[in-house]
Design a protein around this ligand. Structure first.
Ligand code: NAP
Length: 254
C-alpha cells in the first residue's frame, strides 16, 4: 500500500527552517512545506514571523534573528535545533536589497548586503550540513537566488554580487555534500510581487518595461515559487543537485 509518506512530494516527518518567512516568498514557501506535511520553523527579523506560524498552526514555530550580525545564523540554528531536534530542510530565503549608484555605494551597505544575502547563507548551510553529516542523515538545502545571479542589474552592485555568489555557492556546496545525501539547489525567482519590489511596481515606467519583457505577461506571486520549493525539498528531486531553477514567467529565455 502506498502511504502519503511514500509519495514523491510528501514532506511528512521532516523539519524545515525557512528564513525571512514573515511575509512574501518565505511565508508562501513555509505554508506550502507545511501543507506537504513538514514541521516548519519560520524565521523573522524586524517583522516577526508569528503571523505565518499562526496561519500554519501547531506544525510551526516562530524564531527571530538578525542575519546581518555574524552570530545571527548560529543563534537561529541552535534555537531551532533545541525546539525541533534537527533540521532536515533549509530554505535560505532571507535577503535584502540596497539601491545606489556603484560609485557612491557605501562600504557599510555593501558589507550588510553581502552578510545577509551570502555569508549567512553559507553559515546556516554549514550548521545544518555539519549536523546532518554527524547524524548520517539526508537533507535538502534550497537557496533563493535571483535573476541577478545571471544578470548585473543597475544600481544594485552588492545585491547582484551576493546573488551571483549564491549561485556559485549552491554549486560548490552541492559538489561537496552530494556524497552525504544532501542536495543543494537554488530557485531564481523572476519579478515577484512582494515588499522587495514595491518600489519597482510603483514606478510606472519601470513597471511597464518589466511587464513588456515577461513572456507570461504578469508579475509572479509568492505562491508561484512555493511549488518549486516543495519539489526541491522532496524525494522527487533526489537526483537534482547544484541546479539553479528559474521561476520567472519566461524572462531569462528572452
Ligand atoms: P521580503 O518580503 O522583503 O522578504 C525578505 C525577508 O528577508 C524579510 O522577511 C526580511 O525580514 C528578511 N531579512 C532582510 N534583512 C534581514 C536580516 N538582516 N536578518 C534577517 N532577515 C532579514 O521580500 P521577498 O521578495 O519575499 O524576498 C525573499 C527572497 O527572494 C530574498 O532573498 C530576495 O532577494 C529574493 N528574490 C525576490 C524577488 C522578487 O521579485 N520579490 C526576485 C528575486 C529574488 P525583515 O524585513 O523582518 O528584516
Amino acid at each position: 500500500m502506498t502511504t502519503s509518506r511514500d509519495s514523491l512530494f510528501s514532506l511528512e516527518g521532516k523539519v524545515a527552517l525557512v528564513t525571512g518567512a514573515a511575509g512574501g516568498i518565505g511565508a508562501a514557501i513555509a505554508q506550502a512545506l507545511a501543507q506537504a506535511g513538514a514541521q516548519v520553523a519560520v524565521h523573522g527579523n524586524r517583522r516577526p514571523a508569528d503571523e505565518t506560524a499562526l496561519a500554519i498552526g501547531e506544525a510551526a514555530a516562530a524564531f527571530s534573528a538578525d542575519l546581518s550580525q555574524s552570530e545571527g545564523a548560529e543563534q537561529l540554528f541552535h534555537a531551532v535545533r533545541a525546539r525541533f531536534g534537527r533540521v532536515d530542510l533549509l530554505i535560505n530565503n532571507a535577503g535584502m536589497i540596497h539601491r545606489a549608484a556603484a560609485e557612491e555605494f557605501a562600504l557599510e551597505d555593501w558589507n550588510r548586503v553581502l552578510q545577509v544575502n551570502l555569508t549567512s547563507v553559507f553559515q546556516l548551510s554549514q550548521f545544518v550540513a555539519r549536523d546532518l553529516i554527524a547524524q548520517k542523515a539526508a537533507g535538502k538545502i534550497v537557496n533563493i537566488a535571483s535573476l541577478l545571479s545571471f544578470q548585473g542589474g543597475i544600481r544594485v552592485p552588492a545585491y547582484a554580487a551576493s546573488k551571483g555568489g549564491v549561485a556559485q555557492l549552491t554549486k560548490a556546496l552541492a559538489n561537496e555534500w552530494a556524497p552525504h545525501h544532501i542536495q543543494v539547489n537554488a530557485i531564481a525567482p523572476g519579478y515577484i510581487e512582494t515588499a522587495n519590489t514595491e518600489a519597482l511596481r510603483n514606478d510606472e515606467t519601470r513597471n511597464r518595461q518589466i511587464l513588456e519583457r515577461i513572456p507570461a505577461g504578469r508579475w509572479g506571486e509568492p505562491e508561484d515559487i512555493a511549488g518549486t520549493a516543495v519539489f526541491l525539498c522532496s524525494r522527487a528531486s533526489d537526483y537534482i543537485t547544484g541546479s539553479i531553477i528559474a521561476v520567472d514567467g519566461g524572462w531569462l529565455g528572452r
